[in-house]
Design a protein around this ligand. Structure first.
Ligand code: COA
Length: 244
């Protein structure tokens, strides 16, 4: 099992991506397990907030690139997680260390809070990989980062640091390395102790104006992403990474 689920504090469910030999890269089973855990949290009256983190000092290196090499799969397994994140009723907090690449960065747009260790490196390398933006990032990143900065991050696909991620609105705060989970759990405990309906209503009201646009964007991005994933350019980039 590469997604660990545990209750760490009353009302707080911790979801840990734990596949260190691939820097917590996500495959179809991982996406499904995370989505199921998020849906289950919404349905469980004992859970008030979920915290998502990665084991081994790394958040996630994004989609498993070996899986990207499967040309028979169109859109990609990540959609199930992205839809679960967008539709979640209870708060989700990300605790990020090490690396957050691809969907590891774009999923932060759907988390209600995100904290990252100072040395964390972020990257949305869709264009260098011959792909295109996913995860609703083509809509949400310009909203939180501004169009010019979003274009720079998404079109060049360069690595960026935690200060840049904070300035771009991807995370709430940069924290000392190794402290992201502690800070996330402290916020989670406070939310778990707050009036539950007020917390859920606040999330709903904050996200409602964007929700339909985000879901629509996920679908449009998925069509293009699915095509690009099968392109010669993308397949060459995946093969290049896997045989380094
Ligand atoms: N998919 C599949 N395998 C991956 C992976 C991914 N997304 N990310 C890392 N791995 C594997 C590597 O192939 C390597 O396997 P090996 O030990 O069998 O050679 C192992 O995980 C460690 O990776 P490595 O690159 O040596 O670690 P690092 O700490 O130097 O670098 C990253 C970490 C995350 C910066 C780097 O692995 C990376 O850039 N990964 C690809 C990220 C990516 O492009 N994701 C897709 C986004 S759409």
């Amino acid at each position: 099992m590469t997604i660990r689920t545990e209750t760490v504090h009353e009302g707080v469910r911790l979801l840990t991506m734990d596949r260190p030999h691939r820097r917590n890269a996500l495959d179809a089973a991982d996406y499904q397990a995370l989505a199921t855990a998020i849906d289950a949290a919404d349905d469980d009256p004992d859970v008030r907030v979920s915290v998502v983190t990665g084991a081994g000092g790394v958040f996630t290196s994004g989609n498993d690139i070996e899986n990207f090499q499967d040309r028979t799969e169109g859109v990609g397994a990540g959609m199930v997680l992205l839809r679960a994140l967008v539709c979640a009723r209870k708060p989700i907090i990300a605790a990020v260390e090490g690396f957050a690449i691809g969907i590891g960065t774009t999923m932060l747009l759907h988390c209600d809070f995100a904290f990252a260790g100072r040395a964390t490196r972020f990257r949305v390398p869709f264009v260098p990989l011959g792909l295109c933006p996913e995860g609703g990032s083509s809509y949400l990143l310009p909203q939180v980062a501004g169009l010019k900065r979003a274009t720079e991050l998404l079109m060049l696909g360069d690595e960026f640091d935690a200060d840049c991620a904070a300035e771009a609105g991807l995370i709430n705060r940069v924290v000392p390395d190794g402290d992201a989970l502690e800070v996330a759990l402290e916020r989670a405990a406070r939310l778990a102790a707050a009036p539950a309906e007020s917390v859920e209503l606040t999330k709903m009201l904050l996200r409602r104006p964007l929700r339909d646009a985000v879901l629509g964007t996920l679908d449009v991005e998925a069509v293009h992403f699915g095509r690009r994933r099968q392109s010669e350019e993308a397949q060459a980039a995946f093969a290049g990474f896997m045989r380094r």
